[in-house]
Structure formats: C-alpha cells, structure tokens
Design a protein around this ligand. Structure first.
Ligand SMILES: [Zn+2]
Length: 255
C-alpha cells in the first residue's frame, strides 16, 4: 500500500517501488500566476490546483500527484502587475515534456487537469499530439470548462449563496475556495465588487480583463464564504476524480 500522494515528496527509490506496487496514474494540475483582484494572491489558481489535486489522489489509490505547473496562459491578465504569462507554445511544450517524463518513468495513465480558464484550450489542443508521441502512457485532458463552472456555481447555491456569477475570476467562487484553503491569504479589507455584466469568452481573451474591470475582479467576492469554498472543493474534486477513474478503467481495463 503506497502512502505518499505527491511525487515531489518522494525519493526516486520510493517512486520506483510505488510504480512496482499499485501506482499506474499521475495527476498533473495546471495552475497560473496571474492577478486575482486586490484581495487574492497571484498564485491563487496554483493554490486551488494543489488542493484539488491532493483531494483527487486521495480518492484514487492507484494515482500520485505530480508537481503542479505554477504558470499558465494568462495574456488577458497582463495589464495587471505581477502576472506572468506563458505563450500557448511554451505552455504546450511544458505539458509535452512533463508527459514525456512520466511516460519514460513507467506511468500508464496521465491526467492533465487545468483549473485556470486560459489553460483549457491549449490543453485540449495539444493532448492528442502528446498522446501520439507516448511510448506507453494514455493521456487524458480533463478539460471541460463548462462542466467545472456548472459544478462550482451549483456548489455556491448548495452553500446557501444566492449569487449567480457569470464568469469565474476572483469573485464569490474563487474567494470562497481560498477562504476554505488558506483564510489568511484573503485580504478582507480589500473585498470589492467587480464587473458583473455578460462577457463573451472570446472577447475576454482578446480584449483582456482590464477592458471590463479596473480592479481585475469579475463578480462579487463579498458574497463568498468558507462553507461555499469547502462545498466547491468537495464537489469539484469528486467529479474530476470520477472522470479520471472512469476513463482509466475503460482504457487500462483495470478496476
Ligand atoms: Zn483564478
């Protein structure tokens, strides 16, 4: 029985043993380093990705979590200080190299799991190409942004928050999650409402956030709660784990 959940905390020897034992799957979480309004840290998406990844691997006894990729495609946030954005090409190359390593080391199944919005499209674009280049491993992009959004908004409601966020960025949803993970990381003196109108996704990525919101927030972080954050983490991690489990069973024919 392998007790570790994160590859970064293991030695190569214990990883080798884990792969000889019941481990065959690696979960790669894809974060970002970008502005999250005046009240949340720049590494918000990476913190959330880490937490989701840990919860996912705890549900799947055949999986370990690889190091979370802490940078993503965030061009639409570059008008705000601190944001570091990778080009689509660099981001996709990074995914390729991570997968190549896991494939070489003997994993049979690799799940690429974006949380940050800008990472979904490039992950879906490059996954088939990576899959073809693998010696052995199957590569699954767990990248359904609409489904993630639906789960998160449903969770807000379940936690008693009657606020409908149109697009998720630094508002009630992400602020709730950060309250649940690391309350001190949320600057409660700086909770301000952001832009609440409709935004077509294409316009968000081409015009950038600053075009719509001066403070970098979409929605209203004042509507957040720790309880809602816990609900979101629970529901989203369960659903992501289920999607991975279903596909792995189908592909590897292992229960
Ligand atoms: Zn975010």
């Amino acid at each position: 029985m392998v007790e570790e959940t994160k590859i970064e905390e293991m030695s190569w020897k214990s990883l080798e043993e884990a792969l000889e034992d019941e481990i065959d799957t690696v979960i790669v979480m894809l974060g970002s380093f970008e502005q999250h309004g005046p009240h949340l840290p720049l590494d918000t998406d990476t913190c959330i990705s880490n937490e989701l990844g840990e919860r996912i691997v705890k549900r799947l006894d055949y999986a370990l979590m690889g190091p979370t990729i802490p940078f993503g495609v965030s061009e639409h946030h570059m008008d705000f200080p601190g944001t570091i954005s990778l080009s689509n090409d660099v981001f996709m190359d990074l995914l390729k190299e991570h997968c190549r390593a896991y494939d070489t080391h003997g994993f049979d199944f690799i799940a690429l799991v974006p949380f940050h919005g800008g990472n979904f499209a490039p992950t879906k674009v490059i996954a088939p190409e990576i899959a073809k280049a693998m010696e052995n491993a199957y590569v699954l992009p767990v990248a359904d942004l609409e489904k993630n959004t639906e789960i998160m908004l449903k969770s807000l409601k379940e936690a008693g928050i009657e606020y409908k966020e149109k697009l998720i960025h630094s508002g009630a949803t992400e602020t709730s999650v950060m309250l649940a993970i690391e309350e001190e990381a949320v600057d409660k003196e700086r909770l301000e409402k952001g832009y609440e109108g409709e935004i077509p996704l294409t316009s968000l990525f081409t015009d950038g956030l600053k075009y719509f919101t001066d403070n970098g927030v979409l929605g209203d972080p004042r509507e957040s709660s720790e309880k809602a954050g816990e609900m979101i983490l629970k529901n989203l991690s369960e659903d992501l784990a289920e999607r991975i489990d279903k596909k792995r069973e189908e592909v590897l024919k292992r229960p």
